[in-house]
Design a protein around this ligand. Sequence first.
Ligand code: PLP
Length: 401
Amino acid sequence: MTCRPRVLPYASERLGAMNETASLRARAEIDLDALRANVRALRARAGGAQLMAVVKSDAYGHGAVPCARAALEAGATWLGTATPQEALALREAGLGGRVMCWLWTPGGPWREAIEADIDVSVSGMWALREVVAAATEAGIPARIQLKADTGLGRNGCQPADWPELVAAARGAEDAGTVRITGLWSHFACADEPGHPSIAAQLAVFRDMVAHAEKEGVDPEVRHMANSPATLTIPEAHFDLVRTGIAMYGISPSPELGTPADFGLRPVMTLVASIALVKQVPAGHGISYGHHYTTSAETTLGLVPVGYADGIPRHASGRAPVLVGGVTRRIAGRVAMDQFVVDLDGDEIEAGSEAVLFGPGDRGEPSAEDWAQAADTIAYEIVTRIGTRVPRVHLHATPAES
Ligand SMILES: *Cc1c(COP(=O)(O)O)cnc(C)c1O
């Protein structure tokens, strides 16, 4: 009996009647057992802190609902998203646990979030006013987490504006319209151990937390750590760590170490089915612009994925692909839907697998190798894999079908 990967309803809807995943043009296999093991490894590193599984942007391209469910099974107690729409979608899929979202814009779905029992982040006065109005309308206290800008310079409340925000939030808490459940912040350079901003941000955070607590805030959770801080800055763990990339088995930065150094295993394997193999003579130009020319008579393999699928055009001529057990380089430019590899005369059959990246068991490249080929970070490689590539979730528990 062959062990066929189970395709979740989520993926199978898009696959229609097709159930032989091997016949797909391309697929991203998502190993939920690896994700669960990664969550357990990260919890062990986080000591007593709780773990928030960050599943924004469709779980970094891995499929938000199955990944969120697997993370909760492995002991995550919180789910985190950027937008409120992403958080609401988790609730609509029936997911429990605490859910928090942090990227709000004026006029956002505050009331829907409050009614769906989602913790919402507040970075300034406009957001507090909107959440208080929505909670009043709903007749339910909103759970809010005040975000401090301790030095990232992005979202969050500046130290100078913090006393005003804390005082107004405490007033709303006394009036019964909000409950301040968390105080939190985000690092700028957690992936650069010893960077002076790390200690500086920790000191500012402690001051801002102390001020809020002096004013009567009694948070359930104080939190700052993303994946690199979870892995390398124990004093940043506080009550909760927010892990994204490490949970997907990718190191936040190659300078910090490999996934294996941290006991992590890559979750996504990107596979395409070779669409065409043909012989061409020496001196044949390949793909748009003819940036590659065959040096001898050879065989070419057509890999049917391109930049519309998230394959970076920047990796043209550079990124590695495993075909027929051998690592090849992309020959010439990545086009919208396809690219070519020079098979060096090897006889490969159409329909053979091209493994773009994965955990490395078969000698395939990693997402990190692709990031280096495209001058970017591995976060971007997995997150940008397009919606035209079905996600095939392996090792889903029966409850997930
Ligand atoms: C994306 C994000 C995280 C997770 O970051 P990783 O480096 O992927 O672990 C944590 N906190 C916030 C606020 C984020 O936006």
